[in-house]
Design a protein around this ligand. Structure first.
Ligand code: 13P
Length: 256
């Protein structure tokens, strides 16, 4: 059975309580698109309130700590996210790899903790412009995948339950208005899929590969129709219902 496309809004460090109105509008509209799985990842401060405000869409965090609890001032664990009703967490976003020097090993530990807490995981990978220009994009992303995919006991079962997605987000396409060329997106998604097959065998089919980087209502149709693109991780264009809903509509296939 094919899975639904997955459209996720990453609000990053944006959002105040007034933006719950946007989430409510997105949630109401989401009910018209049952063939699309839709979710929002607001800042930690809004997860609880957003969870209360919506019913048709998923709610997740943008990061988690790898430990369950302890002396880690300012951090939030996957178990704490699960406790307040989060469905998933994003790990390894390039902004965290950059701002917090997160290594592949650290990202893997977070992904593992999140799956163990019963959360879904969106694991982000992507190359910089210098890496792409040097012809190293696939090698860099391959190394990120191999180094940060969760491993160990129970992981294959979690993945078979469709709790893992990969987001390919070329760093140079994030927040720049510059979208990767469709043929490059197709090639990279195929390369990621090959790594998933090598890592997880038959369970790989349950892992959706999303594209992220300047997705908007205008370009979403072409991106989501591209081979191997099973959803989108959207930043700026997920902050309002007006901007986000056309992306959801683009992911929706007419029901026969
Ligand atoms: P933009 O859609 O703003 O480019 O951000 C993409 C992103 O980083 C989503 O995680």
């Amino acid at each position: 059975m094919t899975q639904r496309p997955y459209i996720v809004g990453n609000w990053k460090m944006n959002g105040s309580r007034t933006m719950l109105a946007e989430a409510r509008s997105i949630d109401r509209a989401a009910q018209r698109y049952p063939d699309v799985e839709i979710a929002l990842a607001p800042p930690f401060t809004l997860i609880d309130a957003l969870r209360e405000a919506v019913s048709a869409i998923g709610v997740g965090g943008q990061d988690c700590h790898a430990e369950v609890k302890g002396a880690h001032t300012g951090d939030v664990s996957a178990a704490m996210l699960a406790d307040i009703g989060a469905d998933f967490v994003i790990v390894g976003h390039s902004e965290r790899r950059r701002d917090h020097k997160e290594s592949n090993a650290a990202v893997r530990a977070k992904a593992k903790a999140a799956l163990a807490a019963g959360l879904g995981v969106i694991l982000c990978v992507g190359e910089t412009l210098a890496e792409r220009d040097a012809g190293k994009a696939e090698a860099v992303v391959g190394k990120q995948i191999d180094g940060s995919l969760p491993k160990g006991e129970g992981i294959v079962e979690a993945i078979a339950a469709a709790r893992l997605a990969i987001a390919y987000e070329p760093v140079w396409a994030i927040g720049t208005g510059r979208v990767a060329a469709i043929e490059d997106v197709i090639a990279m998604h195929a390369a990621v899929r090959a790594r998933l097959i090598a890592a997880f065998g038959d369970s790989h089919a349950k892992v959706r590969i999303l594209y992220g980087g300047s997705v908007n209502g205008e370009n979403a149709g072409a991106l989501l129709a591209a081979e191997g693109v099973e959803g989108a991780l959207v930043g700026g264009a997920s902050l309002t219902a007006d901007a986000f809903l056309p992306i959801i509509a683009a992911a929706s296939r007419p029901i026969d």
